[in-house]
Design a protein around this ligand. Sequence first.
Ligand SMILES: NC(=O)c1ccc[n+]([C@@H]2O[C@H](COP(=O)([O-])OP(=O)(O)OC[C@H]3O[C@@H](n4cnc5c(N)ncnc54)[C@H](O)[C@@H]3O)[C@@H](O)[C@H]2O)c1
Length: 340
Amino acid sequence: MFARSALRPLTASSRLFSSSASRQTKVTVLGAGGGIGQPLSLLLKCDPLVSSLSLYDIRGAPGVAADVSHVDTASEVNGYAADMLDQALEGTKVVVIPAGVPRKPGMTRDDLFNTNASIVRDLASAVARTAPDAHILVISNPVNSTVPIVAATLEKAGVFDPRRLFGVTTLDVVRAARFLAGITGPGVNPNDTAVTVVGGHSGPTIVPLLSQSSYGKSVKGEAFEKIVYRIQYGGDEVVKAKDGAGSATLSMAYAGAKFTNSLLRGLNGEKGVITPTFVKSPLYEDQGIDFFSSNVELGPNGVEKIFPIGPISPEEQKLLEECLPQLKANIEKGKAFAAQ
Ligand SMILES: NC(=O)c1ccc[n+]([C@@H]2O[C@H](COP(=O)([O-])OP(=O)(O)OC[C@H]3O[C@@H](n4cnc5c(N)ncnc54)[C@H](O)[C@@H]3O)[C@@H](O)[C@H]2O)c1
């Protein structure tokens, strides 16, 4: 099917995975049977830094595990049924959570709060009980609220370490790079159009800092407004196109696997692994906003260093001012739920 020269292993050619370091890690996916969970499990099976993959869902995880386990990479895969959550988590170093309901057309991420808040809280309790040292990557929406819920749940259990909790905002970063490459001109690779995206993960709380990108800084006026809107509401394009069948799953699985690989590289001691992620952050704490996404260096203990947002344009300052009050409300909503 392919010319011999094209047959390079995925791990060597893909920009999704890098494996310069050698230590391997057990990773657990909670919600592995879902639209994100299935392709995410497949991509994690292909990551050479994952030694053991544990797949859990209230529905269908053993089937996904049986399927994915036939992929010819070294890691072992185990699937766990609904009543086997603690077994799924045993000995795991990294827990990725895409469990919960997705949006339908017309819904905001906040509309998911009622269902997903308790799912995420209960899963966080299980992690606190069974794998208290694990790093937790939250994909379930609304991320601006679910991450504070996980933090408060771990805190109550006496095991919260802010260096080990991450809201996965990578899809916003992936979209920003792709959309910027798209308007920059033919042949421009998204590898070269990376954009730092700060704030949170929903609508106006998503703040792309185009002025810090060599390609992005020349985007002005209407083109600027358009691309910012597209980055903030790219998820709606997918929800609308899927017409009731869910939200982004494939691109999200890609983004989730990419962030997991970055974390694993950091845990393995690779230096200079820096990416935006939503973490407990001092940057806007004085305004009552103690979770924020900005560039974070990942290291052997998780969060190694949180970078300030850096110089931004007046337009971006305006976006940030629109972000902060909404982000604050989302965080407070999560905290209020966890305090019940
Ligand atoms: N962070 C992001 O950028 C981003 C992007 C897209 C979607 N999402 C969110 O990810 C979540 C999942 O989306 P999806 O499209 O995969 O949904 P889905 O409905 O296809 O899958 C969700 C899975 O979670 C499982 N689940 C429900 N309760 C559970 C529990 N208590 N324990 C374990 N598993 C449980 C369900 O059985 C299902 O298999 C949604 O909240 C969605 O909004 C986040």
